[in-house]
Design a protein around this ligand. Sequence first.
Ligand SMILES: *Cc1c(COP(=O)(O)O)cnc(C)c1O
Length: 421
Amino acid sequence: MPVKPLPFGKAQAQQIAAQYPTPFYLYDAAGIRRCVRALHQAFAWNKGYKEYFAVKALPNPAILRLLKEEGCGVDCASYTELLLAERLDLVGDAIMFSSNDTPAEEFAYARRLGAIVNLDDISHIEYLERHGGLPGAICCRYNPGAFSLDRNAIMGDLHDSKFGMTYDQLIEAMRILKAKGVQRFGLHAMLISCALDEGYYAALAEKMFLLALDIREQTGVTVSFIDLSGGIGIPYRPHEAPVDIARVGKAVRAVYERLVAPAGLEISLFSELGRFITGPYGYLVSTVLHEKHTHKDYIGLDATACNLMRPAIYGAYHHITALGKEDAPCTHTYDVTGSLCENNDKFAVDRMLPRLEAGDIVAIHDAGAHGYSMGYNYNGKLRCAELLLEEDGSVTLIRRAETPADYFATLDTSGLFGDLK
Ligand SMILES: *Cc1c(COP(=O)(O)O)cnc(C)c1O
């Protein structure tokens, strides 16, 4: 079996499971800190660089607190994400509010918190004016319609992407915002998701720097920050190489020195990485309940797509390690399933694994971003616990598992469920 290393082994997983029954998420604090530090190091050359962690990737306050300690802000896109930020005392410039199709009360809340507002559409200028008012610092989201990475000519067609403004709208938006007295202007674009191509950020930066120069020429507006957003990928498959963030930082710097510095501009760079920061450092740990042999061989886990839906909705690959069998030969081909009444409830299809049996504990890798947070309650399945593996090796419960009482809490229970714990 191609190996992906784990920061814990079978004995520790069993020990944890004795206290917190599987399934659970386990996040590796040391791994997350290492990753953020490398990111900050890579962009240390840029004055004002800031990472706004995309809250939707892993909206747990313990994780956000850890990231805050490392100097990160937060990228929010909803009322509750803003609330989470406020309660952690992440306010003002520590929030990038990158929303779309935004409800009035969310704009108003973002304004009360003093967040930097990233406008997804030109019509939102007037809407924001009516619901909270225009802030001193504002950012506009760009959708170029198409995007290609020179190196291997990946073409992204963005014509059916709902995000951002066209070039003409963006220029017009800058003119309007300037006329309305906005002081600090930024640009934002996210053109790819999960890019393993190390050239992505540099190609995007080049596009955005040229856009900033165009804007200055056409409107007199000086862009002072550019948000390269999220989209840097992680190696879900064991043969894939991780993105070398130091090289990414260097490549962006080269573009900056070619285009921005000679134009006499000073532009702070921001990122809104989610997956890159926490993805590889989260594991869904689950126990084998059953093996079943019919037209295929099935391994049934106690986790379901409700805990991790990426394989079910994207056909995403998530590596699976059978704890204690790391070195065993992969002699068996299994579909690894959950218990939902849905045939797409499979964590892996035709996966070569060591022989598995009931009671084995498995770790599903790279579940630290867009994992727990995409969870749902289909079939009445309850959300599992989240645990933090601290740097000293101890484990902290950072979110308890749901109980039936949580599941029924939003009903008018009048007598039916009032006694539930
Ligand atoms: C989802 C999202 C991100 C984070 O994306 P990752 O793939 O996790 O890096 C950042 N910014 C915006 C606006 C997003 O929608």
